[in-house]
Design a protein around this ligand. Structure first.
Ligand SMILES: Cc1cc2nc3c(=O)[nH]c(=O)nc-3n(C[C@H](O)[C@H](O)[C@H](O)COP(=O)(O)OP(=O)(O)OC[C@H]3O[C@@H](n4cnc5c(N)ncnc54)[C@H](O)[C@@H]3O)c2cc1C
Length: 341
């Protein structure tokens, strides 16, 4: 059987594409059972989760954010409420809604027409690479597709404690060139460290940070964060989510982006399947749509570049300025309007 669409990667990006397509002749492949291995702290704007009817996955709704530096602390209310959610429930619920075929298999290679997995070969008309930072399909067609020099890295643990606000901590004594976070998630709290460069001692630093907060590290998860928008198409492949570098530089927010671009990608692919667009035009249309957001990515890359070079007291000063009501609200409005549910 030749599938209409083959999607590799069944996390935020792949599931968003899969559930936004009308055709059932879709093969969704992942090497893991969806939801079993989180990489993320799983915090996203509440309206995105509600829009997808993912209420059951929500662990905690958060309106208060605190930014701490070595010099002080700033608290404010978010314009848009955030929610932390359960990755396993999210993925399993998305998978239940999916009407095509799911295959648990590891994709080994791809020649442009056939996906080779450890469970056989599969042919499709359209391919979607939603494999995260590795961009497995695009890398198989172009081995220079992934730039390894703009990969950040994050590690996180979940401890049994109840907290109430999102905390971001910028303190070089905890981590240089990155930040720490504390996210409430119901009866648990997620504590993590992210750096804008891969770092070999992140685990040691995470253990020290968690201890400094009065907890012990439990199970650990994490992964790479590919900063810098990549090409959203590669030959005949559509790329979505981290595979296309759609995670936002500086903030490290990537879930909303994976879902947002995933929906648009599916809409355009469906137009091709319905005979309203040729495949080259569909690829072009998706690339144009993603590229319309490139200005925002360039701005956040620049802010990340500055952030890494600023002394901690300057970060404190900026946080204070952005913390004033009108600048704070304006900045938040721009940020959230950039990609809406
Ligand atoms: C520690 C950490 C915390 C984060 N916290 C947040 C947060 O709170 N909020 C937020 O918005 N963003 C957060 N992010 C970013 C966010 O996790 C990513 O942007 C998001 O997961 C991207 O989704 P994705 O579907 O593109 O890729 P992924 O979630 O990486 O999924 C890729 C999928 O592809 C599958 N796959 C890969 N290779 C193959 C293969 N060869 N064969 C078959 N399957 C394959 C994988 O098994 C996986 O299921 C965080 C990232 C990290 C590292």
């Amino acid at each position: 059987m030749v599938y209409d669409v083959i999607i590799v990667g069944a996390s935020f990006a792949g599931l968003s594409v899969a559930n936004s397509l009308k055709t059932n002749r879709v093969l969704l492949i992942d090497r893991k059972t969806p939801g079993t291995l989180p990489t993320s702290a799983c915090a996203a704007p509440l309206n995105f989760l509600l829009h997808q009817k993912m209420e059951d996955s929500i662990k905690q709704i958060i309106n208060e954010v605190s930014f701490k530096t070595a010099y002080g602390e700033l608290r404010y209310t978010t314009l848009v409420p955030f929610a932390t959610f359960d990755y396993q429930i999210y993925c399993q619920e998305s998978l239940k809604r999916f009407k095509g075929d799911f295959l648990k298999a590891n994709v080994k290679s791809f020649n442009g027409n056939i996906v080779l997995t450890d469970r056989g070969e599969f042919e499709g008309k359209v391919f979607v690479d939603a494999t995260g930072w590795r961009a497995k399909l695009a890398s198989a067609l172009d081995n220079s597709f992934v730039f390894r020099n703009n990969l950040g890295f994050g590690l996180e643990t979940e401890v049994s404690a109840e907290t109430s606000e999102l905390n971001f901590i910028f303190d070089p004594k905890i981590i240089k060139g990155g930040y720490a976070w504390i996210f409430p998630a119901g009866e648990k709290t997620r504590l993590g460290l992210g750096t804008y460069f891969p770092s070999s001692d992140l685990l040691i630093k995470l253990k020290q940070f968690v201890k400094s907060q009065g907890y012990e590290v439990e199970k650990i998860h994490g992964g790479f964060m590919p900063y810098g928008l990549r090409s959203p198409v590669c030959h005949n492949v559509f790329l979505v989510g981290d595979a296309a570098g759609q995670i936002v530089p500086l903030t490290g927010e990537g879930i909303r982006q994976a879902i947002y671009f995933g929906k648009k990608c599916a809409q355009i692919i469906q137009s091709f399947l319905d005979g309203n667009l040729s495949l080259p035009l569909a690829l072009l249309k998706y690339a144009r749509f993603v590229n319309r957001h490139r200005g925002g990515y360039i701005l956040f890359s620049f802010l990340q570049y500055l952030w890494l070079r600023l002394p901690n007291f300057a970060i404190e000063l900026i946080s204070r300025t952005l913390g004033r009501s009108w600048t704070n609200l304006k900045f938040q409005k721009l940020y959230f309007d950039w990609m809406k549910a």
